[in-house]
Each structure stands twice: as C-alpha cells, then as structure tokens.
Design a protein around this ligand. Sequence first.
Ligand code: PEP
Ligand code: MN
Length: 371
Amino acid sequence: MVVKLETTLIKDWEGYRGRPFLISGPCSAETEEQVMETARQLATVDQVSLFRAGIWKPRTRPNTFEGVGVVGLKWLRRVKQETGLLVGTEVANEKHVYEALKYGIDMLWIGARTSVNPFTVQEIADALNGVDVMVLVKNPINPDIDLWLGAIERVARAGIKRLGAIHRGFSSFEKTSYRNQPNWQLPIELRRRVPDLPILCDPIHIAGSREYLHEISQKALDLNFDGLMLESHIDPDKALSDAAQQITPNELKELLSRLILRNPSTSDPKLLDVLGELRQQIDVYDDHLLDLMEQRMKVAETIGKYKKDNNITILQSARWDEIVKRVMVKGKAKGLSPELIDTIFKAIHQESINRQMMIMNTGIDIHPDKP
Ligand code: PEP
Ligand code: MN
C-alpha cells in the first residue's frame, strides 16, 4: 500500500544543490576550533549543503564521550553565520528539540537508537508541532520497516514538510565486514511505500570503516537515493567518537570525485533511468534470495546430520507433502503461479535431498563446527 504524506520534494528544499543532497561534518562536536575548522574546509566542497555535528551523543557504553551538550549549538550557529552552510544535529528527546530550535538549527535528525522507540519519537514529534524545520529519521537499529515508517509518520503528523529518511544499516547478531547490515531491500521497500519521501544513505555508519565507503556510496547512488550523509573530521584518528570511520574534508572531496552519478544518455533517458533503478532493485532481491537459499540449505544439512545420527530416512513424504501444500496456499495468496511454486520448491527440495545424501553416505561433515 502506498502511503501519502504531505511532504516537500527534496529538490525544493533550502540548500539543495542537485543529487546527491550532501550532509557532512564530524560525528561529534568536540571543540569550537574543531567544529569551525571542519566547517571551513567543508564549505569549500561544492556539493556540501549542510553541516552536521552530534552534540548529544548516544553511546553504547557509559563513561565514553557523550557529547559537549548545549554549548555546541552556539558553535553550530557560528558555522552557519560564517560559512553559510545549513546546520543540523541529532535530537533524542523534547528538550533537545527546544534547545536546537532556540539556536536556529536548520535540520534535526532522529538517531537509530531513538527511532526504535515510538514513545520517544512521539515526544519529539509533539515538540515539533507546527515548526518549520528539516527532519530526517534514521532507520531503527532493528530491520523493521513498519517501525521506521511509523516514526516518519509521527513526524509528518506534527506538520513537518521537509521530511526525509536516512538509511544507516541495521544491527545484526551475525558479524560481517560491515558494522551494520545494509539490508538494501528495506529502503527500497520504503521508497515503494512512500515514493516522494527523500531517502539519504549514511554509508559511514553502515561501513564502520573507511574502506567500504566508496562501494556503499556508489550503491546508494545507483539505487537512486536522494542524498548522502558522510561524517568528516579534520583529524579522524583523534576523533572522540567513531574514529575508525570518519574521513577528512579532503578525503571527502576525493571520494566524491570517484562517485559516478549515472545518467543514461539514449533517446529516452527517463525510461532508462527508471529501468536502471528497477534492475538494481532486482539485483538486490536476487542477492537476498541467494542468501536465503544458502541459509535454508544449511538448516537442511543440519537436519541431515540428525537423520544420520538417529538412523532416519532422508525422504519424509508426509513432511514434503505438508511443505508443498503450505507453500502452494501461501504462494497463491501472493499472486504467484502454481507452476512457479512447483518448479522452485521441487528444485530446492531436490538440492536439500542431495546435500543430505552427501552427509548420509560419504560421512562428509560440511559444518564441523556447527551442531
Ligand atoms: C550519528 O549519525 O552520529 C549517529 C549516532 O548515528 P546513528 O543514530 O545512525 O547511530
Ligand atoms: Mn557517528
């Protein structure tokens, strides 16, 4: 179902300089000097529209740097006066909203640890009622599209028109090379449900380290995200938060110069643009299907091991029959043809049997370290 929100298209936002709408600045405001110097350097990067800095920092553990607090808002105001850049900070409760508005902050973002909590989001939305400010809602830390959309809707209902979403990845128990799982299908689904809502990507919080910034930023552009938020610090290694992942303003320039903004140039560029975006979406879904099949096969193998240990036959006809009936009904409800369901599930089932046969007959333990 498509959701209609009364929001302004990003091309009509103050400070918009074309795609990608670029937000940059340090993870945290640390000193007035660090803030001002970072801002001066970022003001020389053409694409940057808005300067960000965290003032209240939600950190995983206490006794780490938790932000400079209200004094940082004065520094942001100075950034705006001296560089002309718009400024933004994170708010996590109504008090933060009131303080930030007092200092004329242009953009407030709701962080991933806040958007997860409807009580807090509602409190923030109430504080924003009737105010004209840009608001960006980061995805909640857990991959729940309704929770993300719900937070966006709460803010929209407070009358915020310049409203957008930031995709910053999702926490996961499984550790991969990225700090947070991108789960690209979630922002894609958000775009499908709220087509006019601007969506920005925060590659730095997905990556967790500098080396993946380019690939994630490029992917976001290829998926037609409207903007990017990229943290930048004058001396990243000495940063008080997120030292491993920030880049200098010069490195930001270099990264931007390597990003390709794909612009199809045939007789019908608009159509090609749409097709290109849809094909990227297909690739993401196919990757997702492959991941799911891999996981499904691992479970089938584990079952095979139990069958072997307990001397049970591989083919359990009643169980297979139950699977077929179940997926046929579910598939039909999703508008998928019985032929498709039949072909796919027979192939998947055959692959599971092949793997279990291998375990049964060769004694090969495919996952020796797993139960
Ligand atoms: C941040 O942008 O500095 C931040 C704390 O982000 P997130 O809420 O995505 O963790
Ligand atoms: Mn950060």
